[in-house]
Design a protein around this ligand. Sequence first.
Ligand code: DON
Length: 572
Amino acid sequence: MQKTTKHKLTLAVLAVSLLASSLFLGCAGGQLGKNNSGEYRNGMVVSASELASQVGVDILKKGGNAVDAAVAVQFALAVVYPNAGNIGGGGFMVYRSAKGESNTLDFREKAAAGAGRDMYLDATGNPIVDKSLYGQLAAGVPGSVAGMAEAHQKYGRLKWEELLAPAVRLAGSGFKLTARQARELNGLKARFKKLNPLGTALVKETTWTEGDVLVQTELSNTLKQIKEKGRNGFYEGAVADSIVAEMQRGGGIISKQDLANYKAVWRKPVTGNYRGYEVITMPPPSSGGIALVQLLKSVEPYPLQRWGFNSDSTVQLMVEAERRVYADRAAHLGDPDFYPVPQNKLIEDAYIKQRMSTFNWQKASTSAEINAGEIAPTEHEETTHFSIVDRDGNAVSITTTLNGSYGAAVVVKGAGFLLNNEMDDFSVKPGAPNMYGLVGGEANAIAPGKRMLSSMTPAILAKDGQLFMVVGTPGGSTIITSVFQTILNVIDFNQSMQSAVNAKKIHHQWLPDQVDVEEKALDSLTTVKLKAKGYKIVPRGPIGRVDAILKTKWGYYQGGADPRGDDKAIGW
Ligand code: DON
């Protein structure tokens, strides 16, 4: 070969590899893996808190996989997002490996062995509403620590201690409150003081302001126990003693035995197909997965794209599907370990077709009346969702909760973490609405050791064997409909991940018989048309707080962090 030809060839190889590496490294800011559209190649974490997302991305950068990052984020959120991030609550994880294997982990709370079906009723058989909402008796046996230990044992790559370290540090050294957090903590001061007479780090005698540093020493010590001893650091020993002592102080019933017996459970995912996309989501004791698949199948035969985003036909179809799906939820769904949930039947094509055959385009259907009043949510609802993808393409979708904001509002003295008020997710009496207005019956009645029905809907979508979307949200009963709409927004209405998250949402849940509409979700003509058909349109505040990731056809990750909160997508 002549020298000049050889020289030219070397130059060409150099140019091609430079081009390839600049494409890979991205041009914007020279940041690793980022392209000009703010999409990332190597992985992403989207959570309710910038600090927690950063903890997750740091783990990914160290070579941790999506499950490692999820464990670190879950513990970090327990510190920096105490309204919903937790070790005193529970949740669900949906996992999909880069190779396409999927699995789900149920770390939902359980009723204590001493729980009974009528434990929240008064002498005349009526629900005492506050009893399942506040204080020690409102708490189910926490599942989060067992869940994280189980997830790490099965899929983790990095050392457990490494995953706990950021949370221990954030609790011990403190972190700066956002304006929203300061406001919320101030708003709850009276309740915290009443329910925590021995004092808690969450109460400041003067007023919290943005930028104040919240130090949680007791929580840091508890996290250290978990760091050193794994699940036993929580379910046994000093922390378990503190939980039981807290129960005895406030009339709660969780015992040492309940704690020692708690186990997270791997369950077969609920899967379905929507317009060629595979939907992988959570089975019971969450109602979310079945309901999501039912909703998607109900609307699939219709030309949503042609009708357009939030047009009257689109909204009418969604509402009628939701009416039928939430009616099923109330009757048929509960903990499958205690109640025979007709899981396959509910998502059968023929069944869905028959359910959807009964509505009339000219006129709203009506939801059957039951003997229960309407309870609108009386306070800010709180749960939290995070979505993670690692460099290899493994994905984790976790929704976790204390139920209401700051759960039962009881911080376990000496252990520094909040107890959940998840017992309110049971149907405390057939037909009596819970804090989200949801009703239920036998399937979701309280029983010792049973898991309360959830709406949490962590989901992962794949297309042609490739990861497509990781999605989920808090929002009580609106979780299912928010995830549903986010998926439609991307698949049917061609929205980017961020626009799909931002998009205003609507919600219907069979009872109460009304359509909740986020401000500006519907234009006035659409509202008039729907009202003319008999729909009761009720304006309401923010719906959902979706945190999601979309994989583009170029192999980059687009984040969707919900602007309704302080949520943050961080990629690398
Ligand atoms: O499991 C459930 O369905 C409820 N405990 C979730 C609560 C919730 O999403 C509150 N959040 N905003």
